[in-house]
Design a protein around this ligand. Structure first.
Ligand SMILES: Cc1ncc(COP(=O)(O)O)c(C=O)c1O
Length: 353
């Protein structure tokens, strides 16, 4: 009773009521095949380790560059933008939070589809936004008319997680033009997809594209995300950011990874090849597995309920993701691992299918 009393007085009521974001598990089990948080099974570019070593040998006692100039220059160069159109964050999660601080006042409407990245509702609650969830169709499709034009902020993960679906640029352009507020296109998985929305940044004044080095650059262990948008929107993010939001190691590693274009392309090709092979194998086994544009498959398994498969695989030291929600409780999200890891998964599937 006393603890309850204290909690209610010391902590904002909305935070007391709120359920925290639950990240995918990160267990330390020897031999575990980890296919639950869409990491990459391969190491980052060897140039990353070299860049980190240079920092360790020199400048760790000094604060990092507060505006990540070298990293932003590398991103701007690679994607053909100006430095002041690029913002860097401590993972793209930090940038998603920064968008609330920069664009949303308490009580304003923030919208996003369901199912999607489950951090959006959590951030909305922290920032006292009014949530508008847009239900996807049975095939996970969306219609323009479902989006409220008056929303202050709209998030679209593209490709979407967990579904792996991709909205076309034609759709996104129409959406941006329909909206009065800011449209954040969260492209965490876009390097595995067949199109990206950077061209919209040039034509649509209200679009910000966010990306991450956690997936296709194999750098989830360091926190490097970036956003590309027009100067006005990017300038607002700079105004509200923490002073030194990216440490020296992250900045140097991110730059090395972004600059090693050949390595990046090879890694994406390998993951996509495994994804397509694995999809065909699951389909052969009767698992309903639509095409995916991310480094994961969203699949409706045969024979047992999805939750049972989660448990069977876990017992065999393979971790995948299951979401307890009526619309998607029959589905599993499986990150694409190495060929050997996926073969092991199929072997366990074959034993119980
Ligand atoms: C759609 C989406 N956006 C953003 C992120 C966060 O990426 P980061 O590691 O850059 O914070 C994730 C992580 O899984 C994601 O699925």
């Amino acid at each position: 009773m006393l603890i309850r009393f204290m909690k209610n007085n010391l902590i904002r009521p909305s935070i007391v009521k709120m359920l925290a974001y639950t990240p995918g598990e990160q267990p330390r089990i020897p031999g575990l095949i980890k296919l639950n948080t869409n990491e990459t099974p391969y190491p980052p570019s060897p140039k990353v380790a070299r860049a980190i070593r240079r920092i360790l040998n020199g400048s760790l006692r000094l604060y990092p560059d507060p505006v990540c100039l070298n990293l932003r220059a590398a991103i701007a160069k690679r994607y053909g933008f100006k430095i002041d159109e690029v913002f860097c964050g401590n993972g793209s999660d930090e940038i998603l939070g920064a968008c609330f601080r920069a664009f949303v006042d308490g009580g304003q409407v923030v919208q996003f589809p369901f199912p999607t990245y489950s951090l959006y509702p959590v951030l909305s609650k922290i920032h006292h936004a009014r949530i508008r969830e847009i239900p996807c169709g049975k095939d996970f499709s969306l219609a323009l008319a479902q989006f409220d034009p008056r929303a202050t902020l709209t998030f679209v993960a593209n490709p979407n997680s967990p579904t792996g679906t991709l909205l076309s640029n034609a759709f996104l352009r129409k959406l941006a033009r329909r909206l009065k507020g800011v449209l954040v296109i969260d492209e965490a998985y876009v390097d595995f997809a067949k199109s990206h929305a950077l061209p919209l940044v040039r034509t649509e004044k209200n679009v910000i594209v966010t990306r991450t080095s956690s997936k296709s650059f194999a750098l989830a262990g360091l926190r490097v995300g970036y956003a590309i948008g027009n100067r006005e929107l990017i300038g607002a993010l700079f105004k509200i950011k923490d002073s030194y939001n990216l440490d020296r190691l992250a900045q140097a590693a991110g730059q090395a990874a972004i600059e090693d274009i050949a390595y990046h392309r090879r890694l994406i090709k390998k993951v996509n090849r495994t994804r397509e092979w694995c999809r065909r194998e699951l389909i052969k086994r009767g698992w309903h597995t639509p095409p995916s544009e991310g480094n994961f498959l969203f699949t409706r398994p045969a024979r047992h309920p999805a939750k049972k498969w989660l448990d069977i695989l876990r017992k065999n030291k393979i971790l995948i993701r299951w979401f307890e929600h009526p619309q998607i409780r029959d589905w599993l999200r499986i990150s694409i691992g190495s060929d050997a890891e996926m073969r092991q998964l199929l072997k366990i599937v074959d034993k119980s299918n």
